[in-house]
Design a protein around this ligand. Sequence first.
Ligand code: HEM
Ligand SMILES: [Cu+2]
Length: 628
Amino acid sequence: MSTAATNVAHHADVEHEEDNSLTSWLTTVDHKRIGKLYMFSALFFFALGGLEALLIRLQLMWPENHFISAQTYNEMFTMHATTMIFLSIMPLSAAFFNFLIPLQIGARDVAFPRLNALSYWLFLFGALFLNFSFFFSGLPDGGWFGYANMTLAKYSPGHSIDFWILGLAILGNSSMMAGFNFITTILNLRTPGMTMFRMPIFTWMSLVVQFLIVMSFPMITVGLLLMLFDRSFGTNFYFPPNGGDPLLWQHLFWLFGHPEVYILILPAMGIVSEILPVAARKPLFGAPFVIFSGIMIGFVGFGVWSHHMFTTGLGPVADAAFSTTTMLIAVPTAVKIFNWIATLWGGKIRFTVPAVFAITFVFLFTIGGLSGVMHASPPVDLQQQDSYFIVAHFHYVLVGGAFTGLMSGVYFYWPKMFGRYLDERAGWISWVLLFIGINLTFFPMHFLGAMGMPRRTWQYPVGAGYDMWNMVATVGSWFIAVGFLVTLASAVANAFFGKGKKAPADPWDAATLEWSIASPPPHYNFKKLPTVASDRPYWDEKHEGGPAVSQEVIAVDAPSHVEMPPPSWWPLGQALFQGGFFAAFLIGGGTGQFDADRFMIQLPIQLLLAAGMLYCMFGWIREDARPR
Ligand code: HEM
Ligand SMILES: [Cu+2]
């Protein structure tokens, strides 16, 4: 795109020949393109995390199996979980944040387009860095919550845990930058008339999520840096023999870790709250309550973290307090479930593929939520902690919930993102296989847990009674694998080979602004920024005789040119230097002692990389990025 100024008169609303060169993607600052980059990265990493899960399930297919070694098993569940949470579900949500939020609020891009690009490249750097450990020291093997002091150098020598620490720190940076970017965008770039309570639910839930991100990621970042210090410089933050306390790590991790589960589920809840009203041909029931319950989940979500530590002996007062707050959080969650069911109730429901995924989300998430309430009771949790009952619980809320909800978004928003519907038949096949697979894999885990099968165990003994349900769960995991691959193949055929029926601007007869512009949207989104008068502006224009918001009506007299931010190399440059700076900590890591020789190699390299970061920062500041 040589000229920054985009001519609208000629190209308005018709599909425009997009520059698809590699350079245009490496330098893009367009939120829609960044959304697509997150989408395909997340789908790829879901496949990788899924492969790791299949290996776990094959090992557990029958007792005393030797399919993979105990060490590989530890690496598989650690990377499976870390990949699914940080490299798949979070980026899949980020794909929708990036693509949808500016369109839903009536903006042409996010507040800081180059910062947005930097977030993506840092994410990709962190994701690749984490997995590169495979070629160096072996994959991280300390579990997704990396409990100290198992993850200290004494018990985890070598670099695999350093890769995990530094990889998560880089990913955390990426998320925090994006968090501030979207908070600024949502609070400042809403189109005229879009008051806070006229914002679509997905944008509202995204706003809550961004606050959760910028307030929780600092906790784990501090925890990770203290662990890096213990492993590289011989400090003792978590090492009891020298006065450290491993529980400090657990508190710092779960102060992040529990808000993290809402960072994973709230975007899916937002998407489902967009899809169910469109499917039911009714407004969302009690929309303000859905918004307030999301806000309440955000707040109370910061007050429950020690329910992950009921077995660490915090004492009856702490247990009672965290049990109460955890029970309390069931209330806003139940409000949402009630409002979704009430929205469907009496509606003329059109059972499209996205609608059925959304309804499945409500059903499966409720199952996961119910076992969550059980864990909130300390005496019950003492039985269930670290058993397969817990594994069943979080897979129902993360796979049955987050993943299924986001899948409904993939089928609902794909026509808007790529201009073609995803194949419907493939969608139905994928849904059937996933529905069977999720229940076949994770429901038996409730029984295994109740029978006492511990999680994170490489093998189980013959005669323990776990055989049948483990075989069933393993068979189920293949249903999930094939079900997901059907969607992945359909998505790739659609985006890269032009398969799929062309989609109109408003394929589902929906209510919000993103449907009032072309599919895919033009680079500048809106020729003329609309003025809205309700929380269903496009529906009101189409069905209630409300004021026009669609471009073909309001933009006839729009100027022929729109100012858009130009592409830039600085975000990619900054990400490479910043990622490199973090990666260089590997040089001195993994020994648990301060190694002056290694440090004298590490320091000059880091100073060079820091100089590179400064150079990019000044290039960035001096770059004339003003929209032209
Ligand atoms: C797609 C199908 C999936 C299958 C078949 C699967 C299977 C499993 C199994 C069998 C374990 C237990 C390993 C053990 O404790 O020994 C596990 C652990 C875990 N899974 Fe999944 N999973 C899947 C998807 C997901 C998704 C989508 C997420 C998150 C968004 C996820 C998050 C986790 C977490 C956090 C753990 C705990 C790992 C640890 O103990 O450190 N899983 N998974
Ligand atoms: Cu929790």
